[in-house]
Write a protein that binds this ligand. Structure first.
Ligand code: GDP
Ligand code: GDP
Length: 436
């Protein structure tokens, strides 16, 4: 288990500064995990010997009038799914009423927290922290987030309180396996879909002892293809379907997405697309994963509403237009088998080996059809292309003045590559490099 640590506190106490300190050496993952919601930021941190997840909960003002709503809204989920809460306060401002209100509310929720007195640079530490013992905690950390002072020590001490991660159960060879994550917000039908997918006659499930991962990894074979289903709903951990549903966890969902080749994002046709769907979708696109959209509970939709819903979906999901959309009923099994066609297509597109000659030829054709615009009287020259990575496919284009290539021209090239290479179900990334 990777510990999850939430940062809470009033605005301006230094949460995002600390967040950046903790995550900056891990830029790749942070880029993937951040931007999920407006108010909260998730990052994978590795300071010292162990990784952990850090959540910046955004500000809770501590105004009595708004505090309940704020806690209940954006920050609560983050606080609830965390293993430790770091409650930041500002040494320069001293203890104030808003801090006390916040501490009270955390306590009411039975959430243990550590007080972190930030901005002690240039202050007498003993004097600076003295006030804050009034918040009633035994252990106070004194740090200067912007200087990195005391941060490492604090993290070491915190992490020492968590059990060492257990060694993974005997490693399963998943090199030939298509890893498929089933994700979605609560109640959209993930568990029903997982059961349906595994209950199919043509599926042979290889039962593995439960691993220590947060999501459950289920290996099976269908039509001679191996799959690993990444089950964020935790179906197989429950003894029966009636047992209480696992709590939805964003950290778990993000990890599942990062770990997958293809994500099946499940939505609920009855509720339409809500903000949380959009956040998850945005993250799938940003993470560059293969993507299949499953609009579930289609059984309960009146025929005359269906066209309207489809139009609405098309309109809101344009930025993920590369993904196939399926209208399914996990409950009755309708359309579920067809998901495989899209999953397989997305997987093979996302992981295909691209050939340098072919990439350059396509580039030449695209440039001929539509030359890049002139910049300051000189034409941008795009010379050749090669493959830069898979899942998502990355195409690296070399040329002159490539910094001046407009977004719309880049989108045009993406479109041409997608068409010529017949890439479906996956984003296509293009990167420009200057010179030879
Ligand atoms: P947030 O709103 O809680 O995320 O706070 P920020 O991280 O945005 O920090 C608010 C302000 O405090 C910024 O101007 C930071 O530069 C400053 N700040 C953060 N940490 C420190 C610190 O350790 N020492 C000092 N002197 N300033 C800090
Ligand atoms: P999860 O929280 O995403 O795992 O959602 P569940 O699989 O637990 O489903 C939530 C509720 O929606 C349950 O009552 C299911 O029976 C119901 N449900 C799931 N799939 C369908 C479907 O295709 N049609 C209908 N009508 N209900 C469904």
């Amino acid at each position: 288990m990777i510990p999850v640590i939430a940062l809470v506190g009033r605005p301006n106490v230094g949460k995002s500064t600390l967040f950046n300190q903790l995550t900056r050496s891990r830029d790749a993952l942070v880029a993937n995990l951040s931007g999920l919601t407006r108010d909260r930021k998730y990052g994978e941190a590795r300071l010292g010997s162990r990784p952990f997840v850090v959540i910046d909960t955004g500000g809770i003002s501590g105004d009595e009038s708004g505090i309940e709503a704020q806690m209940a809204g954006q920050s609560l989920l983050a606080i609830e799914e965390s293993d430790a809460v770091l409650f930041l306060v500002d040494a320069r401002e001293g203890l104030n009423a808003a801090d006390e209100a916040l501490a009270r509310h955390l306590r009411q929720r039975n959430k243990a927290f550590h007080v972190v007195v930030n901005k002690i640079d240039g202050l007498n530490e003993e004097v600076a922290v003295g006030d804050f013992y009034a918040l009633g905690v035994e252990r106070l950390f004194a740090i200067a987030a912007s200087h990195g002072r005391g941060v490492r020590q604090m993290v070491d001490e915190l992490l020492a309180g968590f059990p060492e991660p257990e060694p993974e159960a005997a490693a399963v060879d998943r090199s030939d396996s298509v890893r498929v994550a089933i994700v979605g917000r609560p109640n959209v039908g993930k568990s029903t879909l997982v059961n349906r997918l595994l209950g199919e006659e043509r599926v042979v499930v290889y039962d593995q002892p439960g691993t220590t991962r947060d999501s459950i990894y289920i290996d099976y074979e269908r039509d001679q293809q191996r799959y690993t289903l990444i089950d964020t709903a935790g179906v197989r951990r429950r003894k029966n379907v009636r047992e209480t549903v696992e709590k939805f966890s964003i950290v778990k969902t993000l990890k599942a997405i990062d770990d997958a080749h293809v994500v099946v994002l499940v939505m609920d046709a009855h509720e339409g697309i809500v903000d949380q769907d959009m956040h998850l979708l945005g993250h799938c696109v940003e993470a560059g994963r293969g993507l299949v959209l499953a609009v579930n509970k289609w059984d309960g939709i009146e025929p005359h509403q269906r066209d309207w819903i489809k139009t609405e979906l098309g309109r809101r999901l344009v930025f993920a237009a590369y993904a196939d959309t399926h209208f399914i009923s996990a409950l009755h099994g309708t359309g579920v088998g067809h998901l495989y066609r899209s999953i397989n297509a997305a997987h093979s597109s996302a992981t295909r080996k691209l050939n340098t000659n072919q990439l350059t030829r396509i580039l030449e054709g695209a440039v001929l059809e539509h030359p890049p615009p002139m910049v300051n009287g000189r034409r941008i020259k795009l010379r050749y292309a090669h493959a830069g990575g898979q899942n998502p496919p990355l195409i690296v284009i070399h040329g002159n003045q490539v910094g001046k290539v407009s977004n719309s021209y880049q989108r045009y090239l993406e479109k041409v590559y997608r068409r010529e290479l017949e890439l479906v179900g996956t984003p296509v990334r293009i990167e420009f490099r200057a010179g030879e």
